[in-house]
Design a protein around this ligand. Structure first.
Ligand SMILES: *Cc1c(COP(=O)(O)O)cnc(C)c1O
Length: 361
C-alpha cells in the first residue's frame, strides 16, 4: 500500500516543463531577472490583479525582505502564535521582538480585538497570517494600523488563490508575502513573492533582493533573494493548472465534509471568501482524541500533520513568556488531513472511516 502524506507536490507534464527549460538553453541566462522570471512575474500580477510583485527565493526570505523594505530594523512586532515557525523566526532573524496576540477561535487568525492593548512606543508593525488561506480581519487590522501608524505585513503563504471582498487576499497590507514551496498549492519547487502596495517601497525591495546595488552604485544594504530561471520555468509550467488544482481540492474537501463525523466539522466559513482549498484542517475535541486517531491512521500508513503545533509563543528559544490560551489549546487538537490532487475518492473514504471509528467518547 502506498503511503499517504498530508500533501504531495503537483507535477506538470514533464514535456511542458521541458519546453520552458529549452528556452533557458536558447537564451543562455540562468538567473538574475531572466525572461522566464519576468514572464512569471507578469502572469502572477495579472492573476492576482496587483501592481507590484517580486518573485524571490522562498517565502521566508520574502517576509524578511518585507521588514527590510519597510525600514523595520528593531522594535516590537505584533504577531500571531498560530502559524508555521517561519513567521516568528523571520521576526527574530530581523532582530525584532515578537509580541504574540491570541487568535480567534473560529478562523485561527490573529484576534484584532486583542491587538490594541499590546501596542506601545516600541511597536513597529503587525505581522499576521491568513491561516490555511482564510482571511484575517483585514478591515480592523488596517484601522488599528492607521490609528497607531504601524506597518502591516501579511504572511500569505497559504492564501494564494483565495479572494476576499472581491480581491486577492494577497493584495492587502503594506506588503503581503507568499510561499511557492513544493508543498504549497501553487509551487515553483522553492520560491516565494512579495506583493507591495507602495511603488517606492516596491522599488526598495527590488534593490534589496539583489544585493542593494545598481551596477557599481551601492544604494543600500541588500541580500541575495533572487530566483532562478529553472524555478520560474516550473512556475510557468504549473501556472495553467491553478484553477484546475483548486477545483480538485474543492471536490476532495467536500467529500471530507460529507463523510467526517459532524462533531469534527470545521468551524471555518465566510460569506465574502472565495476559498483556495489549500488545507483541510480538523479540530479534534482533545489532544488524546487526535493522538488516538493519528495512531490508527499511521497503522494504515496515512500521515496527517499537526499544523500548527506547538503554539509559537511556546518556542523554547523565546525570551518573553506571553500566554495565548486559545492558540495553545487549538494547537494541541488540530491537524490537517491529506489533501492533494491525486488523492482518490477511495483514499478519502478510508481516511474518514478510520477517523470516525477512532474518536473518543
Ligand atoms: C510555508 C510557510 C512559510 C515559509 O515559506 P518557505 O517558502 O518554505 O520559506 C512561511 N509562513 C507560513 C505560514 C508557511 O506555511
Amino acid at each position: 500500500m502506498n503511503k499517504i502524506f498530508v500533501t504531495k507536490s503537483f507535477l506538470p507534464p514533464k514535456n511542458e516543463y521541458l519546453e520552458f527549460v529549452d528556452k533557458i538553453w536558447d537564451n543562455g541566462q540562468l538567473t538574475n531577472q531572466g525572461i522566464l522570471l519576468q514572464e512569471l512575474e507578469q502572469k502572477l500580477k495579472v492573476f492576482l490583479q496587483v501592481e507590484n510583485l517580486h518573485y524571490v527565493t522562498n517565502g521566508t526570505i520574502a517576509i524578511q525582505l518585507a521588514f527590510k523594505a519597510l525600514g523595520i530594523e528593531s522594535g516590537e512586532i505584533i504577531t500571531t502564535p498560530f502559524s508555521y515557525v517561519a513567521t516568528t523566526s523571520s521576526i527574530l532573524w530581523e532582530r525584532c521582538t515578537p509580541i504574540f496576540v491570541d487568535i480567534e477561535p473560529n478562523n485561527y487568525c490573529i484576534d484584532p480585538d486583542k491587538i490594541e492593548a499590546l501596542i506601545n512606543k516600541k511597536t513597529k508593525a503587525i505581522l499576521a497570517v491568513h491561516v490555511f488561506g482564510y482571511p484575517c480581519n483585514v478591515i480592523k487590522i488596517e484601522e488599528i494600523a492607521k490609528k497607531y501608524n504601524l506597518k502591516v505585513i501579511y504572511d500569505s503563504a497559504h492564501a494564494f488563490g483565495s479572494s476576499y471582498l472581491g480581491k486577492s487576499l494577497l493584495s492587502y497590507g503594506d506588503i503581503s508575502t507568499v510561499s511557492f514551496h513544493a508543498t504549497k498549492l501553487f509551487h515553483t519547487v522553492e520560491g516565494g513573492a512579495c506583493i507591495v502596495n507602495d511603488k517606492n517601497i516596491s522599488n526598495n525591495l527590488d534593490l534589496i533582493k539583489r544585493f542593494g546595488h545598481n551596477a557599481d552604485e551601492h544604494v543600500m544594504l541588500g541580500i541575495n533573494g533572487k530566483q532562478s530561471e529553472f524555478h520560474a520555468a516550473m512556475g510557468l509550467a504549473n501556472f495553467p493548472y491553478i484553477s484546475q488544482l483548486i477545483n480538485i481540492r474543492k471536490r476532495i474537501s467536500e467529500h471530507y465534509d460529507a463523510l467526517l463525523d459532524k462533531r469534527l466539522m470545521n468551524p471555518l466559513k465566510h460569506n465574502e471568501l472565495e476559498y483556495n482549498y489549500a488545507y483541510y484542517p480538523v479540530l479534534f475535541r482533545s489532544e488524546s482524541e487526535l493522538l488516538n486517531v493519528f495512531t490508527a491512521l499511521n497503522k494504515q500508513m496515512i500521515y496527517p500533520r499537526r499544523y500548527f503545533y506547538p503554539s509559537l509563543n511556546k518556542l523554547q528559544y523565546l525570551k518573553n513568556d506571553i500566554k495565548c490560551p486559545i492558540s495553545e489549546d487549538i494547537s494541541l487538537r488540530i491537524a490537517c488531513l491529506p489533501l492533494y490532487t491525486d488523492l482518490t475518492h477511495d483514499n478519502v473514504d478510508l481516511i474518514c472511516q478510520i477517523i470516525n471509528g477512532n474518536l473518543l467518547h
